[in-house]
Write a protein that binds this ligand. Structure first.
Ligand SMILES: *[C@@H]1O[C@H](CO)[C@@H](O)[C@H](O)[C@H]1NC(C)=O
Ligand SMILES: *[C@@H]1O[C@H](CO)[C@@H](O)[C@H](O)[C@H]1NC(C)=O
Ligand SMILES: *[C@@H]1O[C@H](CO)[C@@H](O)[C@H](O)[C@H]1NC(C)=O
Ligand SMILES: *[C@@H]1O[C@H](CO)[C@@H](O)[C@H](O)[C@H]1NC(C)=O
Ligand SMILES: *[C@@H]1O[C@H](CO)[C@@H](O)[C@H](O)[C@H]1NC(C)=O
Length: 476
């Protein structure tokens, strides 16, 4: 009786033991973060608990494709790759070549211990403009002149498809600069000098990322599936307000001026679920935006409750000091401490990784700051479905330069045309032209030059003259 009872409880004990062993094994093997059915916040927490400092700093690092490789992605746990202006896998590369390149880098990321996929970003600011044969849309200055946010949203949706056509998931657009001085060389990237027009044109964001589902929480990043891409509101903040329009210079204005002119469009993009915000090279009242904790962390993250990630501009860290890169460790400290989450390095990534590692290990930068950055980056990666669909296929290459997109671009060009003067006087108006005119003279150096007509950010960063991309048709 006794022994039978003992035997029974023993087998009960063994049962418990087996069960708990099994649970332990199941927990170890059950990668919660890999399960798309688990809420994103739990996935983030699970993944972050598994990550080393090295892996976290890797997530914060964005490098240019020219220094990226499958091995580099793997060895340094690189979180993101970009194409700088004109940085392409080969001259006139096809969409398939782009997809192959992006996938090669991605395979490096996927082969790491935790297999966190990378994000590939590109300056798709008027179409996927670095890419040969992509549809080139008018620049923002022209789109602002159309006063038509619906058109701008359609351009966003077309651009998203052409970006995805090349295997890319992230567009550094829209530029929501409010250009207050036409001498600024980048004024053409601004929709308007009028903040209200710039606000209206933030419809590019739902065009690129998709429409927010009903009742979606405001300020939380959103990307609606495989035909959409991450957007980026830039350049935070005051890039269009610099003294005399000097590029990357100092925007001198009080808090009221900043909030009323340069800030409003950020409210709109955040409400529309913009996933990322890029910091401006410029300064506000003498303080570099890349080192401005008050505005990046205090205002954008805490006050506006932006939940996506903040990215630096190209070598933006270097330019915190004058001359650039004079004290890089100091720049890393200032930039990361200000609240920048992902750093566009773009070349010497070991210098950044070593510098940031040093600063964290020696308590110059608290672990909480690193965790905030990584949490934001992972949130975006989970939210956009990157863990479920990290690799691109060729199914979307057909969108690159599609006939439908070219028609949309032609429509946009018609709508951007601005008539400055109509003939000699109001009673001698030139337009409308007589339908009977047999010939029309179009003159000037840009009249038959597709490169000049497309402007900057076309194939090359500064654009290029001549037949640099494929015209819509070679005349019937
Ligand atoms: C603004 O430009 C002036 C003239 O080039 C230069 O001396 C100054 O350092 C610049 N300021 C900033 C903040 O870039
Ligand atoms: C770099 O900046 C740090 C922090 O301000 C300072 O302690 C250090 O002396 C600087 N190094 C150089 C070479 O200027
Ligand atoms: C990267 O930076 C480190 C540290 O400043 C330097 O020693 C190295 O030469 C740099 N590498 C390149 C490729 O510029
Ligand atoms: C450009 O794209 C269009 C539409 O996808 C395609 O029909 C055409 O062959 C492409 N041209 C070149 C030169 O790649
Ligand atoms: C571009 O190509 C077209 C068609 O071949 C030609 O008529 C035109 O002169 C070329 N333009 C330039 C600037 O080379």
């Amino acid at each position: 009786m006794l022994s039978r009872k003992m035997a029974k409880s023993r087998s009960f004990l063994i049962g418990i033991l087996v069960l708990s062993c099994w649970t332990a094994i199941a927990n170890a093997e059950r990668m919660i973060y890999k399960d798309p059915k688990i809420p994103i916040n739990h996935r983030i927490k699970d993944l972050m608990n598994r990550m080393t400092l090295e892996e976290k700093i890797g997530q914060m690092t964005q490098i240019d494709r020219s220094v990226a490789s499958t091995e580099v992605m793997k060895k340094y746990y690189i979180g993101s790759v970009l194409s700088g202006g004109g940085s392409v896998p080969a001259p006139q590369a096809s969409a398939e070549t782009w997809v192959d390149m992006v996938n090669d880098f991605q395979k490096g990321s996927l082969s790491t211990r935790l297999g966190i996929p990378m994000i590939y970003g590109i300056d798709a600011v008027h179409g996927n403009n670095n890419v040969y044969n992509a549809t080139i849309f008018p620049h923002n200055i022209g789109l602002g002149a159309t006063r038509d946010p619906v058109l701008v949203k359609k351009i966003g949706a077309a651009t998203a498809l052409e970006v995805r056509a090349t295997g890319i998931t992230y567009a550094f657009a829209p530029c929501i600069a409010v250009c207050r001085d036409p001498r600024w060389g980048r004024c053409y990237e601004s929709y308007s000098e009028d903040p209200a027009i710039v606000q209206a044109m933030t419809e590019l964001v739902p065009g690129l990322q998709g429409d927010l589902p009903a009742n979606f929480r405001k300020g939380v990043p959103y990307v609606g599936g495989k035909e959409k891409v991450l957007a980026c509101a830039k350049h935070f903040v005051g890039d269009g307000g610099t003294t005399k329009g000097i590029n990357e210079n100092n925007t001198v204005t009080n808090w009221h001026g900043l909030l009323n002119i340069h800030m409003p469009a950020y409210y709109d993009t955040i409400i529309k679920g913009v996933s990322t915000v890029m910091v401006s090279y410029s300064s506000w009242n003498g303080v570099k935006m890349h080192a401005n904790r008050e505005l990046v962390t205090g205002f954008l993250k805490n006050k506006l409750r932006f939940r996506g990630f903040v990215i630096s501009d190209w070598q933006g860290l270097d330019r915190i000091t004058s001359p650039p890169h004079a004290n890089y460790t100091y720049s890393i400290l200032e930039g990361v401490d200000a609240g920048i989450d992902m750093l566009m390095i773009p070349y010497n990534y070991t210098e950044f990784i070593d510098g940031l590692t040093f600063l964290v290990k020696n308590n110059f930068i608290p672990m909480s700051r690193i965790d905030d950055a990584v949490k934001r980056i992972l949130r975006v990666k989970f939210m956009m479905g990157l863990f479920e669909n990290p690799l691109a296929d060729y199914s979307m290459t057909k969108y690159l330069g599609s006939q439908e997109h070219r028609e949309l671009a032609r429509e946009a060009v018609r709508r951007t045309l601005v008539l400055l003067k109509n003939g000699g006087s109001s009673d001698k108006a030139l337009i409308p032209l007589s339908k009977k005119s047999p010939k029309i003279l179009v003159a000037g150096t840009h009249a038959d030059n597709i490169g000049n007509q497309c402007g900057g950010w076309t194939i090359q960063w500064q654009g290029q003259t001549g037949n640099i991309t494929v015209p819509r048709f070679l005349r019937p």
